[in-house]
Design a protein around this ligand. Structure first.
Ligand SMILES: [Fe+2]
Length: 269
């Protein structure tokens, strides 16, 4: 079984480059399950229901998010429009599972492929240098227990949206042998440490942004430079130049959920 995970789609340039590459990558790699982090799709800040629908039209099965999940308030109603046991599109847009209790939406989706193969996607957010999150490590334990009791899916994919490399590496070891893949998002910079950990968990500290690389992590570079040079705050705008799609392809045994390969991709125009 092969899983494609696309890193943080940033603004119109990110959407354009992912739209350009997604179908041929899915075909050439014979992808079974497609997951996209879409939290910066709307001009760098959040995702709207119509952009989520667009990504599902491209072939996404599940969309993950992170700290920008609430930037576009209309997403809240979209998430709330379906019940917890639904498999409709709004249920397949996740927010981090370890936010404050009682917030809208869900951090885990358990689904199945057309051939009946079960899988689960988890979205967690880091606690180091980030606000509003609860301990992701114990939350991951709880989620795995609950997946065992419900769908008992063996193929389990985690998007760990976090700032600190140490926290992400620690999560990889924490879940090694218990999930199929732990990949990081949020920093918008791909790391070159993709590997399969000894227990059979595919790991990469950060998949990298799918967006404009002639920028400062997606934002128009002059605006960010000006802030560094003067200390004056100003409005940030999404850049558009030099878009690349960053992604990973994880290959695993569908019966055990163990990964045996992870491949890093970075595709330009
Ligand atoms: Fe983020």
């Amino acid at each position: 079984m092969k899983i494609l995970f696309v890193g943080d789609v940033f603004g119109s340039a990110g959407r354009r480059i992912v739209r350009e590459h997604l179908s041929h990558v899915r075909q050439s790699h014979q992808i079974d399950l497609t997951i996209i982090n879409g939290e910066n799709a709307a001009g760098g800040f959040g995702i709207t229901p119509s952009l989520a629908e667009e990504m599902f039209d491209w072939g996404a099965d599940v969309i993950t998010t992170g700290n920008h999940v609430w930037d576009k308030r209309e997403l809240i109603e979209y998430m709330k429009s379906v019940p917890a046991d639904s498999h409709e599109r709004p249920r397949r847009v996740l927010r981090p599972a370890n936010l404050q209790h009682g917030l809208p939406g869900y951090g885990v989706y358990e689904g199945s492929l057309p051939d009946g193969q079960r899988y689960a996607v988890i979205n967690l957010m880091g606690k180091v240098f980030m606000n509003g999150t609860n301990d992701p490590f114990n939350k991951a334990n709880q989620i795995l227990e609950s997946i065992q009791k419900s769908s008992n899916a063996k193929v389990i994919f985690l998007d760990f949206h976090a700032e600190a490399t140490s926290e992400k590496v620690a999560m990889g070891w924490h879940l090694d042998g218990r999930v199929t893949a732990v990949v990081g998002t949020h920093t918008h910079i791909p790391t070159a440490d993709e590997r399969v950990l000894p227990g059979g968990t595919a790991y990469q500290t950060d998949v990298g942004m799918s967006g404009p690389y002639d920028s400062v992590i997606g934002v128009e570079k002059d605006l960010v430079l000006n802030r560094f040079l003067t200390g004056m705050s100003g409005k940030f705008e999404a850049a558009i130049e030099n878009p690349k799609m960053c992604a990973v392809v994880v290959s695993c045994d569908p019966n055990t959920g163990k990964a045996y390969k992870i491949q890093r991709l970075m595709l330009g125009e």
